[in-house]
Design a binder for this molecule. Structure first.
Ligand SMILES: [Zn+2]
Length: 496
C-alpha cells in the first residue's frame, strides 16, 4: 500500500515536470492573445474614428523614449510664469518680455499674479510665448515659423534659472505618459571665443573657414583652433563646470524604471568660429560625461547663415567624428520645405548630414522628397540612420501635414522611425498626442506602432547594457498594457 502511494506520488511529480513547459507556454500564449486582442481593439478604434478613445489608448500605451525634444521648448508658459514669480521678476505689459528690474521695461510692469488676473494680457502672453490660439481666431500674429522661434526670446530669460526643477517636470510628464527614457537637448556648453582669440584672429578664422573648399582645407584650420582650445586651462574648466552643473541637475532623476540623458548642441545661425567652438566644447563634455550622449546642431535651418554655412557645419562634424569617434550624433536636417528657401537648398541637407556629418539620427528630414537621388538616400538611411518624426512641429513651422509628410515615404522604404515631440511646451502637446496624429492620420498597424516604440530605445544613444534593460522593461510594460486593453475590449464587446 505504502509502495503504491509512493509510486502515485512519483508519477504525479513526473507529470508535473512534464507539464512545466506547458505552464510557461500558457503565459506566453496569454500574452500573445492579449496582444492580438489589443491589436483588434486598436483597429476598431481606427475604424470607428474614435479619436477620444484612441487618445486614451495611446496615453496608456508604453512609449519607450522621446529622443528629440528641447528642454526650454518643452516647458509650458504657465510654469515659466511660476518661476518668474519665484524670482520676483515682472512682465512688460506692452512687449510681454520678462523684466528683471522694477525700473526697467518700456511700459507698465506686471507681476505674474497680475498677468493671471488680466485675462486679455494673459491670453496675449500665451499666444506670444507658445503656439496657443494661433489658428483658433484672427489676431495680429507673425508668420508661423517666426511665431514658433520667437517664443524662445520671450521665455529665454527664465528657462535656465530652474533647470533641476524643469527636468523633474519633464520626468513626471514622461512617467504619466508611460515613458521610460528621455533624451533632452539641454543647451550648449558656452565658451566665449573672445577669451581665446583677438578680433583679427576671429575675423581671420571666420574668413578661412568660409572660403575653405574641401574637407582637407577645413580640417587644417580646425586642427589649429582645436589645439588652442584644448591646451587652454580655462576651456577645460568651462567644460568641467558644465558637466558638474549637469550632474547636480540630474541628481535623483534616474531610477530603476526611468533614465534621462542629454545632448548638447551648437547654434547654426552663428559665425563659423562660434559654431565650431560650441561643437568642440560639446564633444569634449560628451567625451567626459556619461550623461551627455550626443551633440546636435539647431536653430532655424532657413536662416541665411545656416544656409550659407551648411556644408561647412557638416565638415566640422566630420572632423570631430575622427577626433571623438565614440560621441553620438543626431542632427536637425531637412527641416525645410518648398517656398521657404530657394529650391537648391532643398536638395542636399539630409544627404550631407548622413554622408559628411555621419549622423546616426536625422531630426525632421521633411525636405526628403526634394533631395537629389532620394531613393539611394533612403536605402542608405534604412541601413543605419533613424529619422526623428515631429508631426506637430512640422505642421506648424513648415505647414507640412497629412499626405504631404514624408513619413509616408520613410515608412514605405523601411527607414527606422522614432516619434518625438520637439517642443511640447511651445506646441502645447505631448508625446501621446504625436502618436495620436500618427495613428489617426496614417493608420499604421498596432505592430508597426509598437515597432516605433521599441525603435526609441534601439536608436537611443544609451549604452548597450542600458538598452537591454529598458527593452526588457518595455516588454513588461507592454504585457501589462495589453492585458488591461484586452480585458477592456472584451468588456466593451459584451456591452454592445
Ligand atoms: Zn528640434
Amino acid at each position: 500500500m505504502f509502495r503504491r502511494k509512493i509510486l502515485i506520488f512519483l508519477f504525479m511529480f513526473l507529470f508535473s515536470l512534464v507539464n512545466l513547459p506547458a505552464k510557461g507556454n500558457l503565459n506566453i500564449s496569454n500574452s500573445a492573445s492579449n496582444m492580438q486582442t489589443t491589436s483588434k481593439f486598436y483597429e476598431s478604434l481606427l475604424k470607428d474614428d474614435n479619436e477620444a478613445f484612441l487618445t486614451l489608448f495611446l496615453t496608456q500605451m508604453p512609449k519607450g523614449g522621446d529622443l528629440h525634444h528641447h528642454f526650454s521648448g518643452s516647458i509650458y508658459a504657465e510654469t515659466y510664469l511660476d518661476w518668474i514669480s519665484k524670482k520676483g521678476w515682472y512682465i512688460d505689459k506692452c512687449t510681454l518680455h520678462i523684466v528683471k528690474d522694477k525700473n526697467g521695461g518700456k511700459c507698465e510692469l506686471l507681476t505674474p499674479a497680475q498677468v493671471l488676473q488680466d485675462n486679455l494680457v494673459y491670453r496675449k502672453l500665451l499666444s506670444a510665448w507658445s503656439d496657443k490660439d494661433f489658428k483658433n481666431h484672427y489676431h495680429e500674429q507673425a508668420a508661423p515659423d517666426a511665431n514658433f522661434f520667437d517664443t524662445f526670446s520671450y521665455f529665454g530669460a527664465i528657462s535656465h534659472e530652474y533647470i533641476a526643477r524643469g527636468l523633474k517636470i519633464l520626468k513626471n510628464r514622461a512617467l504619466k505618459e508611460n515613458l521610460s527614457y528621455i533624451e533632452t537637448m539641454i543647451g550648449r556648453v558656452y565658451v566665449n571665443k573672445k577669451d581665446y582669440f583677438n578680433k583679427s584672429q576671429i575675423a581671420n578664422y571666420d574668413h578661412l573657414l568660409v572660403v575653405a573648399k574641401t574637407q582637407k582645407d577645413v580640417d587644417k584650420i580646425l586642427e589649429k583652433i582645436t589645439k588652442i582650445y584644448l591646451k587652454n586651462k580655462k576651456f577645460n574648466t568651462t567644460v568641467f563646470d558644465y558637466i558638474s552643473k549637469l550632474n547636480s541637475y540630474h541628481l535623483g532623476i534616474d531610477d530603476s524604471h526611468f533614465l534621462m540623458r542629454f545632448q548638447t548642441s551648437a547654434v547654426r545661425v552663428l559665425d563659423p568660429l562660434s559654431v565650431f567652438t560650441n561643437l568642440l566644447a560639446g564633444y569634449e563634455a560628451a567625451k567626459k560625461s556619461p550623461l551627455i550622449v550626443g551633440v546636435n546642431i539647431l536653430a532655424p535651418e532657413n536662416n541665411p547663415v545656416a544656409l550659407a554655412d551648411y556644408t561647412l557645419h557638416m565638415r566640422m562634424y566630420n572632423y570631430l567624428l575622427r577626433l571623438y569617434p565614440k560621441v553620438h550624433r543626431a542632427l536637425h536636417a531637412g527641416e525645410l520645405t518648398i517656398g521657404m528657401v530657394r529650391p537648391k537648398n532643398l536638395t542636399f541637407h539630409i544627404r550631407q548630414a548622413v554622408e559628411i556629418a555621419r549622423a546616426e539620427r536625422i531630426g525632421h528630414g521633411v525636405d526628403l522628397p526634394y533631395e537629389d537621388h532620394p531613393l539611394a538616400l533612403l536605402k542608405e538611411m534604412k541601413k543605419k540612420v533613424a529619422v526623428e518624426i515631429n508631426f506637430t512641429s512640422n505642421q506648424f513651422i513648415l505647414g507640412v501635414k497629412g499626405d504631404q509628410h514624408p513619413y509616408l515615404i520613410y515608412s514605405m522604404y523601411g527607414v527606422p522611425i522614432v516619434i518625438c515631440t520637439d517642443d511640447s511646451g511651445v506646441s502645447r502637446d505631448n508625446l501621446s498626442h504625436e502618436y495620436l496624429i500618427l495613428a489617426s492620420r496614417y493608420h499604421p498597424t498596432y505592430a508597426r506602432v509598437k515597432k516605433y516604440v521599441y525603435n526609441s530605445i534601439k536608436y537611443s544613444f544609451l549604452n548597450q547594457k542600458e538598452k537591454v534593460k529598458l527593452q526588457k522593461d518595455l516588454d513588461v510594460r507592454f504585457q501589462i498594457f495589453e492585458k488591461k486593453m484586452a480585458m477592456l475590449y472584451k468588456k466593451l464587446l459584451l456591452q454592445k
